[in-house]
Design a protein around this ligand. Structure first.
Ligand code: FAD
Length: 356
């Protein structure tokens, strides 16, 4: 007899939003006003897209009615604004598959196995999924995921290990400081003596170095050496032209992130210069039921601004609602006066009733 294992059951929803950047988050709001539920997926570990990944502390001056806010603040305000609609938020997973089912709905799958059955898909993928910049060294690809890591999922895994950390930004130095006392040995390798991390963290690392609890090496990792298949050391080429060997059984690399269009290019949607072609009334792609908003789309006159993405999200929501309820007229209602919208926003309508 063949044993049958239960297949993972997909979550069923109205819309899947690919990308939790500012536009993807605002898309939840616009769908929510029309009574549509959304699940949002992002390959990053949190929301905000470029705003939190590339410029969290920088001021933005062109959000209407908000004279100034940082990328981080904008993200927090958007999360607050969408909270009444309780979207499903799935971070740290890339949308790898979008398939149209015979019934016209879509099956959306992610790199971690999440499956969602959705009536529409709205792609708000910006400049693509952010991926770690990889170490370009002999033997690196084979060790990825075992002894070579681009993120820390379990800090305890580095206790008692000979650890090499590569990079000179906040992530590299934060983890060097955090793991120095847990690791058996810790060497931070950076290509130049200056660091891009917060001053206080650089000072902490130098203090650890002075106490012999961590070491700093200036140079580039050339190769990862193995014995019996296991990582035993790292070869570092220094500025003086000499190659030095550092004992290592675990390596962490933080060279920053870069965006990659990735699987979106394989979903059969019409592209123009790595952007999804849409119309400007519905923001629909070449496949009915799949929309694209924000930096990922292109149309005549497109401007890659958060403001433009917000407008696109509003029209895409109306188009999605029409797609999901064919033949039904979708009325424009104002959030100031519509009791239905107040219910959806979970705000008290009694003041309107009193005024009416
Ligand atoms: P993004 O912010 O790029 O978010 C897209 C998200 O989708 C990302 O988080 C990505 O990980 C995710 N994603 C992509 N593919 C997948 C996939 N397959 N699976 C899962 N997740 C995926 N604009 C302004 O209006 N005003 C400014 O002052 C301003 N300043 C800027 C300063 C800098 C330094 C930069 C770089 C940009 C600035 N911008 C500014 C531009 C603005 O940040 C973008 O227009 C905005 O972030 C676009 O939002 P988005 O949601 O479309 O995409």
């Amino acid at each position: 007899m063949i044993a049958r294992f239960p297949q993972p059951q997909p979550v069923t929803t109205d819309a899947v939003i690919v990308g939790a950047g500012p536009v993807g988050l605002f898309q939840v709001f616009e769908l929510g006003l029309l009574g549509l539920k959304a699940e949002v997926i992002d390959s990053l570990r949190g929301p905000g897209g470029q705003c939190t990944e590339l410029y969290p502390d920088k001021p933005i001056y062109d959000i209407p009615a908000v004279p100034v806010c940082t990328g981080e603040e904008l993200t927090q305000r958007l999360l607050e604004q969408i909270a009444p609609f309780s979207p499903g938020l799935h971070y740290g997973q890339e949308v790898t598959k979008v398939e149209r089912q015979p019934c016209g709905r879509f099956l959306v799958g992610t790199s971690t196995g999440t499956l969602i059955d959705a009536g529409v898909v709205i792609i708000a993928a910006g400049v693509g999924a952010f991926q770690p910049r990889r170490l370009d060294a002999e033997g690196a690809a084979d060790l990825e995921g075992h002894t070579l890591h681009y993120r820390v999922s379990d800090p305890g895994a580095f206790a008692g290990r000979d650890l090499v950390i590569c990079g000179g930004g906040d992530s590299a130095l934060d983890w060097a400081v955090a793991l120095a006392d847990k690791a058996k040995s810790l060497v931070l390798v950076h290509r130049r003596p200056e660091f891009r991390a917060a001053h206080a963290t650089v000072e902490k690392l130098r203090h650890l170095q002075a106490e012999g609890r961590a070491d700093i090496m200036i140079g580039n990792v050339q190769a990862l050496d193995r014995a019996d298949g296991k990582l035993v050391g790292v070869r570092v080429l220094s500025g003086d032209g000499l190659t030095r060997r550092v004992a290592a059984d675990q390596v962490l690399v933080f060279f920053g992130l870069h965006p990659k269009l990735g699987p979106i290019a394989e979903w059969g949607l019409e592209l123009e210069r790595k952007a999804l072609k849409v119309d400007t009334a519905r923001f629909e792609t070449s496949m009915p039921g799949i929309y694209a908003v924000g930096d990922i789309n292109t149309y005549p006159g497109k401007k890659k601004l958060i403001l433009s993405g917000f407008h696109e999200a509003a029209l895409a929501a109306f188009a999605a609602k029409e797609h999901l309820s064919p033949g039904e007229k979708v009325r424009l209602q104002y959030t100031t006066t519509s009791p239905i919208m107040h219910r959806r926003l979970r705000v008290d309508s009694s003041s309107d009733t009193a005024a009416a």
